[in-house]
Structure formats: C-alpha cells, structure tokens
Design a protein around this ligand. Structure first.
Ligand code: GCW
Length: 720
C-alpha cells in the first residue's frame, strides 16, 4: 500500500514537473521537436502529414530529409514514412524545382525566379492529384532552408493547410565570427571552452559539430569564421588546415562555409620570410601558395577575416602601407578561387590625438574605392566598441564604393556576459533602422549593408558568437535567443524583435499563450533595462578594467587613456559627458548634416545619446523638468526595478515550464538583480563625488561605500 502510494506520488511529481524523455538542459536549442502537447493541433497536423517524398542525392538533400523526418516524427509523435511514389494525400515533397519531373506540373517557375541560390518556396498544393506540401527551391540548400522553415511553422503551431510562402535572404554572407583560440580559450566567451577540439581533430568528430551546423542552417547562417581575430598564424599550417578541412566537411551539407582569420605576419611566423610587406613579391607569392593549398583541401573555402593594426595586431601599416594595400594582397590571392576578404575597420590608437570614436572613419573613409571587388570592410555597429547602446557607426553610408559588412556582438561582453538576460534583437534593430541620411531620408543602415542603396551584390553581416562547451551552448539559456535573433535578422532584417522572440519562445519553451506572453515581456524590455542599470543617457565604456565585468567608472591613469573610463564619461565638478559636437571632438561632423544637427542640438539629441555627444552640468534641466543628476539617479533605479519586474514575471511561470530551465533562469536572474544594483550603487556613488548632490530619497540608497565597490577585484573573471 505504502509502496504504491509512494510510487504514484513519484509519478505525479514527474508528470507535474513536465519531465520529458529528454532532459531540458538546453542542448537541443530551438530544435527540440517534442511531441505537440495540444491534442487538437496534433490531430490537425497528423491528418495532413504522413510521409516524405524527396528527390535528389546530394548530402544537403539527405540532411534536409533527415531533419524533416526526425523533426516530424518527434513533433507528431508517430512514424513518418519515406515513400518513393505519391499515392495518397499527406506527403511533404522535397525537390529542387528545375531538376524535378514531379514538380513540373506546378506552375511556379515565376515564383522561383526571384528566390536566388538560397531562397525557398513552401506550397500547399496537389501533386499527382493528391494534396501535398511542396518544399522547393533553385538549389539543394534552398530546400534545406525551406525544411527548417516548415518545421518552425509546425513548432510554432501555424496552419499548414494553405501555405504559399516564399523567402530569400536579403544579405549574402551571414556569418558567425568565433573569437576562439587554438588552445580552446574563447576570448570574451562565457560558455566554457571552444567547441572546436583542435587537439583531437581531424579524427575525432563530436556530435556537437553537426548540431552546430544544423542550428546555424535552421536560421540561415551560411558561414563561420572558426578562429579569433586576434589571430594565431598556426591555423594556416598544414597540420591545422587538415583539421579545418574536417570541420568544413561536417558543415558543408548544411550550406556553411568555413573562413579563417589571417594573421598578417604569418609569412614571417610560419613562412620563414623576413617581412610581411604586402607589396613585397615574396610575401605575395607566399599568400598565393597558401591560398592554393587551402583550396586544394577545401574547395569551397570562404576566405579571410582580418584584424590589422588594431590593439597590437600586425598589419600593413607596419610597412608604411595602407589597409587597402593589405586587403588587396589577400584579395588577389583569393580571387581565382572565389574567396573574399573581410577587413575589419575596428582600428584606433592611443597615440593618435583624436577621439577614439572618430578614428575608424578617419582612416577608412579616404580608402573608399581603393579596395578590390572581393573585399568587404567589416564595421562594428557603433563607433566605439559594442557598448550596451551606441549610435550607429558613421562609416555606414560614408563609403558608397565599398561593401560594408555589419559586425554585431552576440556574446555579451559588455551586456552582463552570461549572467544577465538581455535580448539583443532590439539593439540590433535600433542600429539597422537608423537613418544615416547619406543619400537623403530613408538611407538606413540596413539599406547600406544589404547593398540596395549603392548597388552592391557582395553583402554581409557577422555576429561574434556566444557559443561554447557548456551543455546549453551559450551559458545563459537566453543567450540562445540572441544567436537565434542574429540569424533571423541576417536572413530577413524586416522581422521585428517581437516576431523573432515569439518564434524562439514557442520553439524553445511552449506555445501556451500565457508562457509566450510572459517570456516575451521579459525579453522585449530586457535590453532597455540593462542599458539603464549600466550606462544610461549615453554613458559608455565604464566597466571593469580588462575583463569588462561589472562597473568601474573610476578607472584612470592606465597605460592607454582610451581604455580608461574617465576618458569616456569625463565627469568633473562641472558636469558629465563627452562633448562630441563642434565645441568638442566634433565627431558629429562625421555624420550627414541632418544627423549631425540632430545629435549636436540639445533640443533634438535623443536622451539615449545625450552624454555620448554632450558634456552637461549636473543641474542641467532635462525635458522632463528633472535635473540631469536626478535623471541619472532615476534611470539607474528604473533599470534595477526593471530586473525585479522580470523576476516577478519569471517566478509566475514556476510549475508551468520544466523545473530544470525554470531554476536555471531563476538563479541567473537573481544574480542579474544583484549585479544591476551593484552597477547602480557603484556608479551613483562615484558620480556623486563630482555632482555633490544627494541621491533623491525616493530611491533605494546604496548599502555599501564607494571604497567597498572600488576594492572589488575579479582576477578570474571569464573571457580574458
Ligand atoms: O571589444 C574588444 C574586445 C577584444 C576584441 C576587440 C575586437 C578580439 O574587448 O577582446 O578582440 O574588441 O573586436 O577586436
């Protein structure tokens, strides 16, 4: 009796806890393929799908078929048959249109003509007189993308009885950039070690490699730079190229090309040459040979990403040459094989007596038109460095003859690393939708990077990856949403942050209205809260020295002024903020007139960028009537309270989502709350030493002294 009771109690606990056949440890990302819990919806789908018919015999088509089979079997909870003739209704048909006899009968050539090499079409139609769902494209990889989209539709419970959906990516190169070192340390990585186990490659292939490729293909990412931009030339040696080849072979069926970072001094370090001068013939020959060697191993190798003459990296300027000289040398070597160069514009030097925010523009703008046609210049979203909020980079729109590639950071170096839940789609969108006015109203950053304004066909977008060996890939489960959002926006920048969150939540957690609404609320406000508890009103770069963890606005007198906090906030007894208008560094002059005017005038400068562009007295009257000091206090508190609101919402989900992920996020949110309050307290106490004004009593007062906050040390903070 007792035994039976205990047993049934155990069973109830198991059922209530939503324990599924898989541990919800986050490994499966948004591709969980759990059986649809809603009986009616399940019945609806099951009546429309029972088999798969496919044509083609490439590894990509096989990957598409395998994914569809696994996905549907999981979601519908019953076996899906592979058939070789369509005899009844309910088949999902996969085929490249131009080579399919079966699909010939459909009148869809017109629809396919706009879809290019990667687009797809999903159609509910009749094939051989039987109602079917057709997933087709001009290429195998298009079919694969269509399969992932179709699975997403089912995972998010969309109707499939009348699908007529076509989609093609708006940007050509959609890449992850891994800042992964050969010793598996990940620079600015907060999710464990690098997933590339170089030591065991090429012989040992982890299942993660394929799952990584699946995840990327599911969101349309078509390239990966395997190695850190702070590069190690060794990856270009034969031993390592063989390892790279093994990874390329795993990724190829999923439409993912590999790229490498090229250390500019490689000809010296691994080539035994005396120089790496890009105009030296031996150096050019060395790169030509190296590239030839790479393409022998990896015929679809993508090309090189280069960080040169920045933060101590070698580059063409070491030899008195320009960035274009350097980029063009590599471009020439890659050109015969169809490879490309992504040359980073992230350059600044402490020795240059100029506002750091202006330096990349000053160096690169004069080079417009000087790059070979297989070079893209890769520009970070903002002019300083992946801060929680930055205005768009003034290079966007200023180099019309050069394809500019966007570089976003997915890993949260400056956004709470892996302890803070910060959904980044709103931040990406804010930048993409900014109007540069460089070709009149409507010259958005988006239109510059998708090539539509200046008629570039070579276009690209990169995201610095947040993946690692942590079981859930990204450390914080919600880091997955940022990987997902990056890919979705790279494919279609017109999607809204909300649409993307909606998809991700439904696939990752549940289609329950309440759960979707609650988590969406948490996600959509999270970035704004983070900006406010860290760096409100345009403050920036005031985080901990080197590791960038936590607040440290007091950082000063280091060997590089442009790595200190005081360089950026410029707080003194008169006020706070960086005057970047004509009376200051005049960084505003790098923008088109309308934007310059908008940022320069206190009437029109958005509060979000106030202290980015202006140095203002502590008692400056804000539009709301508050003094600047009061407003700063208000904003910091608003951010902290926001996190508390997120916690409340999250706690309301207890028992409604599986306990493993519930607890994981709950614990991290409580860390986030502590860190938010720490940011607020440390910053307000420090700024107060200049403002000499009290923190208004309606706000929570810091519970520790400034000395205490300044004494904190984190020698083992991750990522450095
Ligand atoms: O934000 C800074 C990081 C560096 C990084 C650099 C860059 C890879 O702190 O770790 O180096 O940007 O983007 O090159």
């Amino acid at each position: 009796m007792i035994r039976i009771r205990t047993l049934s109690l155990l069973l109830t606990i198991l059922l209530l806890s939503g324990l599924s056949s898989h541990a919800e440890d986050g490994y499966r990302l948004w591709l969980r393929y759990e059986k649809i819990p809603n009986k009616n919806i399940l019945k609806e789908y099951s009546s429309q799908i029972n088999s798969i018919y496919f044509e083609g015999n490439s590894t990509t088509i096989f990957a598409a078929k395998e994914e569809l089979l696994n996905g549907l079997t999981g979601l519908l909870g019953s076996e899906i048959k592979e058939i070789n003739r369509i005899k009844s209704t309910g088949s999902v048909v996969l085929a490249v249109y131009s080579s399919s006899k079966l699909l010939n009968e459909l009148n869809i050539a017109g629809q396919l003509s706009d879809l290019g090499n990667e687009g797809f079409l999903i159609l509910t139609t009749t094939v051989k007189n039987k109602k079917s769902i057709v997933i087709t494209a001009n290429t195998d990889v298009g079919v694969l993308y269509g399969v992932f989209h179709f699975l997403m539709m089912i995972q998010t419970n969309q109707p499939i009885d009348k699908i007529n959906f076509a989609s093609a990516p708006k940007i050509k190169l959609r890449l992850l950039n891994h800042w992964d070192n050969l010793d598996r340390f990940v620079e600015r990585g907060y999710a464990g070690f690098s997933i590339w186990d170089w030591h065991k490659l090429p012989d040992y292939i982890y299942p993660q490699y394929k799952d990584y490729a699946r995840a990327n293909a599911s969101i349309g990412i078509n390239g990966t730079v395997l190695t850190n931009v702070n590069a190690n030339a060794r990856v270009l040696t034969e031993d390592y190229l063989i390892k790279v080849t093994a990874l390329a072979n795993v990724f190829r069926p999923y439409g993912i090309k590999v790229y490498l970072t090229a250390r500019f001094s490689a000809p010296i370090e691994i080539g035994g040459l005396k120089t790496a001068d890009p105009l030296d013939n031996n150096v050019r020959q060395w790169w030509n040979k190296k590239v030839e060697e790479i393409y022998k191993l990896i015929p679809d190798f993508g090309g090189f990403l280069v960080k040169a003459n920045s933060e101590g990296q070698p580059g063409p300027q070491n030899y008195g040459r320009s960035h274009s000289d350097g980029a063009n040398m590599l471009a020439d070597a890659l050109k015969p094989f169809g490879g490309i160069v992504m040359w980073r514009a992230f350059v600044y030097s402490n020795e240059t007596p100029e506002d750091r925010a202006k330096q990349a523009y000053n160096e690169f703008k004069p080079l417009d038109g000087k790059f070979k046609d297989n070079v893209l210049v890769q520009v970070k979203n903002g002019p300083v460095d992946f801060q929680p909020r930055e205005p768009f980079h003034p290079l966007f729109g200023s180099m019309p003859k050069t394809p500019l590639m966007m570089e976003f950071q997915i890993t949260q170096e400056y956004l709470g690393q892996a302890t803070n839940l910060v959904y980044l789609a709103p931040m990406y969108k804010e930048c993409l939708e900014s109007d540069t006015f460089t070709k009149g109203k409507g010259s958005t950053v988006t239109k510059i990077i998708d090539g539509s304004i200046d008629n570039h066909t070579l276009t690209g977008i990169a995201g610095v990856a947040n993946t690692g060996t942590d079981r859930n890939w990204t450390g914080h489960l919600f880091g997955q949403a940022n990987w997902y959002a990056f890919g979705r926006l790279a494919w279609n920048h017109q999607l809204s942050s909300e649409e993307i969150a909606d998809e991700w939540i439904r696939m990752t957690f549940s289609n329950s209205k309440e759960i979707v609404a609650s988590i969406k609320k948490v996600m959509l406000s999270s970035h704004e809260y983070c900006v406010n508890y860290m760096t409100p009103l345009g403050l920036h770069h005031i985080m901990g020295w080197d590791h960038h963890y936590g607040p440290a606005p007091w950082i000063k007198e280091k060997h590089r002024a442009d790595w200190t906090s005081v360089y950026y906030h410029r707080a003194d007894s008169n006020g706070i903020g960086f005057d970047r208008t004509a009376t200051g560094s005049n960084a505003t002059s790098q923008y088109a007139t309308q934007v310059n005017n908008n940022f320069s005038s206190l009437e029109t400068c958005p509060d979000e960028f106030l202290l980015w562009f202006h140095h203002l007295p502590w008692n400056y009257k804000m539009k709301s009537g508050r003094t600047l000091w009061d407003k700063i206090c208000y904003k910091y508190n608003w951010g902290v309270n926001g996190v508390r609101g997120m916690i409340k919402i999250w706690n309301s989900l207890e028992g409604k989502i599986d306990p493993m992920r519930f607890k994981h996020v709950k614990m991290l949110l409580s860390i986030q709350e502590k860190e938010a309050a720490w940011w607020r307290n440390a910053c307000l106490l420090y700024f107060q030493t200049f403002s000499k004004m009290p923190i208004p009593i309606e706000y929570e007062q810091p519970d520790k002294t400034l000395d205490y906050y300044m004494s904190l040390e984190f020698p083992y903070a991750p990522g450095i």
